[in-house]
Structure formats: structure tokens, C-alpha cells
Design a protein around this ligand. Structure first.
Ligand code: GCV
Length: 717
């Protein structure tokens, strides 16, 4: 009797969909494949009835499995797997398949990762062909098809050709071997180093599926603040186990390395890159890694930065260091990603200038398999930074973009601040290095300077939390990174639409308000944190919440006062000739614009200029009044986001609705805290009254100064 009841309940669940109590915990990300409705369902019923998939490799099998999974979810029925295409079949075929011979798809230019999708007829039967040169391309093509279906796009006249614009599309995990994640806000590391290599939990496969679905093809497993242990035999075996899980999904593994590993592990007396014993140690280590992981991608290096050792400790250059490592992996086809995030405690120059000063003179000196990885801005992943002046300034060196997907400075896991607009703003920024239109995107996709080695990295926001990213909306940042890495011309808006349709529902009544909320959210955060070009006025260490008053830390550039420079006369960092002259690091045509506050974009004004409190901005307001209004606008935007979300009650499952609603309450509280604390502090300096429309801060300045959050997550100890 009990058994019969149980079966009835299961049948009911299958027929009516999953019960809402456990329905949507975020685990499935954008790959939910819920039952399609209306025209989307009839489209699938007509065009996706069966699958013909002759491939047998692990990647071909992964493609077939994903297509089967997606179609089963969306149609409620498993598609037949056939040996020949019938009406409504999807044919998956690589150029090796004889079935493709009859089509002139000209796949060659699409490379190993590209694909074509075509609706056509075979012997009078309407079919959809997903074709590629290699199985990896097929897998990407399958994910594209599923994306179309899940977003409700028509499936009856497809003529798609796609290939990635950027070669290396990588996640950088700042995951430590003890399971913590530096700047991680989604729980512990997803890598269970302790139980690897024996236990390869299903989550690793789902990680690979999610990444492949957005075109990510590599992952750096460990923190750039690396421990040498990750290069020992047991950890190489663990990395090899992960590489084995990821391989079918076209994802290579890479490792961050600590510069002094030859001393710590190899008992050498030096890590001097020009010492033959050091070079031999690295060569042997690379050989050992490649024996375990034949398609190992290569090394990522943080050297001579924030206390990490590096070649400069031996009076050698970054190029000396990178080239020595590059030689170690070269015969295996490996690469070295050498980070340009450097600034030194003993260098009194503007921190924003130091990476350029170190790296620009090295242009042309790097080996062919080295790529220099540059953060999007010259300081550190701020809510807004002008693009890094190295982009466009090293034409003989491939440069790789480093974005931060995890929101260290942007409200961490709780604030809804969609990063698509930040990525788009940077990628579209014009370096003017070779005249107008020399965008950052063209620098990193290699087209501006003719590089074949191209890359983009995102510091992952992934952890062991059930929803992977700490909140459902943080998943959008992972998604946007992958999609824009594949095609840096995609707009943040288009990507937000895709993500929303797949993550919640394609219904316009939901998509339109959610996308509008996402698109305004980053500017909201800029407004309530660091408007008009302010930067790095966050609390010390964990970087959560405001602390513009901090001035007593040992190194000048650790202090917020170093960045905002507010005094009785005005506020902002003079980076023109009268100040640090950082503007001169940009191409001359741009440098001229940035040298003058009148031609500097207002959003970057205080980044480049120290501006008098009473100076008038384009709106006619004084700087002080405008600053107050930006802070107020930031708080008001969060109230609007709350109203938008509240109106969606009933259209989103209860669990994700409630979490987002609660997180917006936190965001509103924090936005108000930011606004009040910053205005209390800046007012104590400017001594001007608040504009009539602005409410006074809720507490006196000392109250804000006394706030401290000792246990904020993600903060390295
Ligand atoms: C991995 C910032 C972060 C650090 C990070 C560093 C880097 O300074 O606060 O946690 O260290 O950037 O990118 O190397």
C-alpha cells in the first residue's frame, strides 16, 4: 500500500513538474531545461524528434547526452536516437562523417571549436544539422541549439556559423589547498583536494557542463597566491583526476605556481631564472606534469606582487622569469600566463602607473608561448576603473584580459550588481593605440596587433554552495563572462536576456523587468560606493563596506585616503602633468582628452583629476552637490530594484524569489550605509552643507568609523 502511494506521488511529480519546495535551489544554473510551452514546444516537437549522432569519442558522447537531457526536459519525452535522419531529426556530424559530404558548409574557417547549425532537407526530410570540424565544436553547437530552444527562439530556419574570437577562455580559481577560497563568497572550494584523486564527485562533471555551455575552455585550479605543494606528485595526481573529468568538455587544466618552488621542493639555493639548475628543475617538473596530464595547459604566475617572490628578487626581469618557464613547457605545447598585477611597497610612484612602468619596456622580449595577463584596470577590480593603460601599449606582446567575476569590491555575494555592463564597457573602450576603433576587445582578440595567442580570464565566483555562486544573480556574472569571452562584441543586455530566459523563464513579463534591473545594477553600485571616478575607499582587508577615512596603514597605497585625496579644496587623484601624470601612459590622442577635466568622461573625473568642491559639472551642479546626488541615486536605484523584484512574486519559484528579496534588503541597507558613511566623512572635509533635497546621514561619522566586520568571508589571513 505504502509502495503504491509512493509510486503515485512520484508519477504525480513527474507529470506536474517538481514540487516548488525543493524546486529551484540554483544548482542547475542556466541548464534547467524546463518543459517548454506554446510555440517553443511545438517548435521542438517539429524539429527535434530524434538525434543522429555517429560520433563515439567521450566529447561526442557528452554532446549526445546533453542534447538528450535538454530535449527530454523541454519536451517531456526522450528523443529517439536513430541511425539515419528522419523528418525532425537533429544530425550531429563532424567533417569526418560521410553524412556531411552532401552539404557545402565550408567548416574549415571555423577551426576546432567552431560549428555551423543549419535547418535543411535530406532526401526530402526536414532536419537540423549541427556540424563541426571536431567534437568540441559539436558540443558547443549542441549547447547553442539548446540555448535557442530554452530561450524560445524559432528553430525552423537556422543558419548559424560560430567560432570563438578569443583562444584561451579561462576561469582562474583563487582556491587554496585547505579548501578556502580567496575572495570567494560561495562557500568552500569545489575542489575536494582531500578526497581526490579517488573520489571524483558528480559536481565536477556539472561544473564542466556549465563551463562548456558558455564556451569556457580552461581552468586554473589554484590560487595565484600559490603554495608549492600543488606541484608535488600527490597534487599533480589530483589535478590529473580533474583534468580527466573535464577533458570530454574541452576544458584544459592549468596551475598557478609559486616562484620559489625549486627552493621549497627541490632544495635549490636559488630561484634565479637564469640559473641553469633552476631552469632544469622547472623542465623536469613540467615533464612530470605532462606525463600525468598530456594536455596540461600551462602555468599562471603572480610574481613580485603583494609579497609574492619573483625574478626581480634576483635582479632579473619579468620577461626573464616568464621565458624560463615558457621554455620548460614549450615542447609540450604549454603556455605561461604572466600576470602584470604588480606594485611594490618601495615604489613611491602612483600605484596605477607601476605595472605599465615595469612591463612596457619589456614589449617584444617575451617568448612566443608567453601571454601577459592584465587586469581590466590599473588598480584592482574596482566598481569602475578606466581600462588598463597596458592595453594597446605592448603591440609586440599578446595581452590577456583578467576580469574578476567574484565580486570582491562589488558587494560580494549579496549585492545584485550584474557585471555584464562592466565587461562591455572595458571591452568596448577605445585605446586609440592605432587610431579610432582600437578597442580593448581588438587588443585581446589579437586582431589589432596580429597575435595568434589570445586569451581572457575571469576570477571565478564558484564555490561549494548549492547554487555555486552564492546567489542566483551571481550566476549571471559567470554566464556573462563565458559568453563575452567567446564573443566580446555581445552586449551585456543581450546576454542578460539569454541568461534570464534560461534561468527563470522566457516570458517577456519576467525577462523585461529582470533585465532592466540587471542592466542598471552595476551603475547603482558605482553610485552608492564610488561615484564620479572614486576608487578603493572600501574597508581594509575584506573590502566590504565603506571606510574612506582609513589613513594609517603601513603602505600608502593600502589607505583609501591615498585614492580619494579629499582635502579642503576638493577631491580626486591628480593624474595629469601636475600630479602623477598617469594620463601619459595612454595613447597620445586619448591622453590629451584625459588631461583636461572638461574632456574627461565625467564617470572617470576623480580618477584623473583633483576637482574643487565648487567646480560646476556638465549638469550645472557643483561637484559636492553632484557627489551627494550620485550617492542618493545609488540608494534610490536599489529601492527600485526591490520594487521590481517584489512585483515578480509568483512568477519566480519561492526559494529563489525569497533569497533574492532578502539579499536586496541587505543591499539596500548596505547602500544606505555606504551613502551615509561617505557623505558624513566627505562633509567633515568639505564643510559644505548637503543640498536641500538630501537627508543627513543617520549617524555621526564616528559611528561609521566604529563599524567593523571581523568575519567577512573570502578574506585571506
Ligand atoms: C589573489 C587583490 C586581492 C587579493 C588578490 C590580488 C591579486 O589585491 O585583494 O586577494 O590576491 O588582488 O589579484 O593577486
Amino acid at each position: 500500500m505504502a509502495m503504491r502511494l509512493f509510486c503515485c506521488i512520484i508519477a504525480l511529480i513527474l507529470l506536474t513538474g517538481t514540487p516548488s519546495a525543493q524546486a529551484e535551489d540554483g544548482y542547475d544554473l542556466w541548464l534547467r531545461y524546463p518543459r517548454a510551452e506554446g510555440p517553443a514546444l511545438s517548435g521542438l516537437s517539429g524539429h527535434a524528434r530524434s538525434i543522429v549522432a555517429p560520433g563515439t569519442s567521450p566529447t561526442a558522447r557528452a554532446a549526445l547526452e546533453e542534447l538528450t537531457r535538454g530535449l527530454t526536459g523541454m519536451t517531456g519525452e526522450a528523443p529517439a536516437v536513430a541511425s539515419a535522419p528522419d523528418e525532425g531529426a537533429i544530425l550531429l556530424a563532424t567533417t569526418e562523417s560521410p553524412a556531411l559530404a552532401r552539404f557545402s558548409l565550408d567548416l574549415k574557417p571555423l577551426g576546432a571549436e567552431g560549428y555551423a547549425i543549419r535547418t535543411t532537407t535530406i532526401d526530402g526530410k526536414g532536419v537540423t544539422v549541427i556540424a563541426a570540424n571536431a567534437d568540441r565544436g559539436l558540443l558547443y553547437g549542441v549547447f547553442h541549439y539548446l540555448r535557442l530552444a530554452a530561450t524560445g527562439a524559432p528553430l525552423d530556419a537556422l543558419k548559424i556559423r560560430e567560432s570563438p574570437r578569443i583562444g584561451l577562455r579561462l576561469l582562474n580559481h583563487w582556491d587554496n589547498l585547505d579548501g578556502t577560497v580567496e575572495r570567494g563568497y560561495a562557500g568552500d572550494s569545489i575542489w575536494d583536494w582531500w578526497t581526490l584523486p579517488e573520489w571524483k564527485g558528480p559536481r565536477y562533471t556539472d561544473y564542466a557542463r556549465a563551463n562548456a555551455s558558455i564556451g569556457i575552455n580552461g581552468t586554473v585550479l589554484n590560487n595565484v597566491n600559490a603554495k608549492s605543494d600543488s606541484l608535488t606528485a600527490p597534487y599533480i595526481a589530483k589535478a590529473a583526476a580533474l583534468a580527466g573529468v573535464f577533458r570530454p568538455y574541452g576544458i584544459k587544466v592549468y596551475l598557478s605556481v609559486k616562484w620559489t618552488a625549486p627552493m621549497e621542493l627541490g632544495e635549490l639555493k636559488t630561484a634565479d631564472p637564469l640559473d641553469p639548475q633552476v631552469a632544469a628543475w622547472w623542465k623536469a617538473k613540467a615533464d612530470e606534469i605532462y606525463a600525468a596530464i598530456p594536455d596540461f595547459g600551462g602555468f599562471l604566475v603572480k610574481a613580485n606582487s603583494e609579497g609574492q617572490p619573483g625574478p626581480q628578487d634576483y635582479k632579473r626581469t619579468h620577461a626573464d622569469g616568464a621565458n624560463m618557464l615558457a621554455a620548460a613547457v614549450q615542447s609540450h605545447g604549454g603556455i605561461v600566463m604572466w600576470r602584470a598585477f604588480v606594485y611594490a611597497h618601495d615604489n613611491p610612484d602612483d600605484r596605477a602607473k607601476q605595472a605599465y612602468a615595469d612591463f612596457k619596456p619589456l614589449d617584444g622580449q617575451f617568448a612566443d608561448n608567453v601571454i601577459v595577463q592584465v587586469k581590466n584596470g590599473a588598480i584592482d577590480f574596482q566598481p569602475r576603473e578606466p581600462f588598463h593603460p597596458l592595453f594597446g601599449a605592448m603591440p609586440k606582446t599578446p595581452l590577456m584580459m583578467e576580469f574578476q567575476i567574484t565580486k570582491e569590491y562589488l558587494g560580494q555575494q549579496t549585492h545584485l550588481t550584474y557585471l555584464g555592463p562592466l565587461f562591455e564597457e572595458v571591452l568596448k573602450a577605445d585605446t586609440m593605440a592605432k587610431g579610432k576603433g582600437s578597442t580593448v576587445a581588438k587588443v585581446i582578440d589579437g586582431s589589432l596587433e596580429g597575435h595568434r595567442l589570445t586569451g581572457i580570464a575571469g576570477v571565478a565566483n564558484i564555490g561549494a554552495d548549492r547554487d555555486w555562486s552564492g546567489s542566483v544573480f551571481n550566476q549571471a556574472d559567470w554566464y556573462a563572462f563565458g559568453r563575452m569571452a567567446w564573443n566580446p562584441d555581445l552586449t551585456a543586455q543581450a546576454v542578460a536576456k539569454e541568461w534570464t530566459a534560461q534561468t527563470f523563464s522566457p516570458a517577456p513579463a519576467l525577462v523585461d523587468p529582470v533585465v532592466a534591473m540587471m542592466m542598471g545594477s552595476r551603475e547603482a553600485a558605482v553610485n552608492y560606493m564610488t561615484p564620479l571616478g572614486l576608487a578603493h575607499i572600501m574597508a581594509t582587508g575584506h573590502h566590504y563596506g565603506p571606510a574612506p577615512w582609513v589613513s594609517e596603514l603601513a603602505r600608502p597605497e593600502w589607505n583609501p585616503v591615498y585614492y580619494h585625496r579629499a582635502d579642503a579644496s576638493g577631491i580626486g587623484f591628480d593624474r595629469t602633468k601636475t600630479g602623477s601624470n598617469a594620463v601619459a601612459q595612454y595613447a597620445p590622442a586619448l591622453a590629451r582628452k584625459l588631461a583636461d577635466p572638461k574632456t574627461t568622461p565625467e564617470r572617470d573625473l576623480l580618477w584623473f583629476h583633483h576637482v574643487g568642491w565648487d567646480e560646476r559639472l556638465s549638469s550645472g551642479e557643483t561637484l559636492w552637490d553632484a557627489l551627494v546626488h550620485h550617492y542618493d541615486a545609488g540608494v534610490a536605484s536599489v529601492s527600485e530594484m526591490q520594487a521590481t523584484w517584489d512585483a515578480l512574486r509568483g512568477q519566480v519559484d519561492a526559494e529563489r524569489f525569497a533569497q533574492t528579496q532578502a539579499f536586496l534588503v541587505i543591499q539596500k541597507r548596505d547602500a544606505t550605509w555606504w551613502r551615509d558613511a561617505c557623505l558624513a566623512y566627505f562633509q567633515s572635509i568639505t564643510k559644505r552643507p548637503l543640498p536641500a533635497s538630501a537627508a543627513p546621514p543617520a549617524h555621526p561619522l564616528d559611528w561609521y568609523k566604529a563599524q567593523s566586520l571581523s568575519y567577512a568571508p573570502g578574506n585571506p589571513k
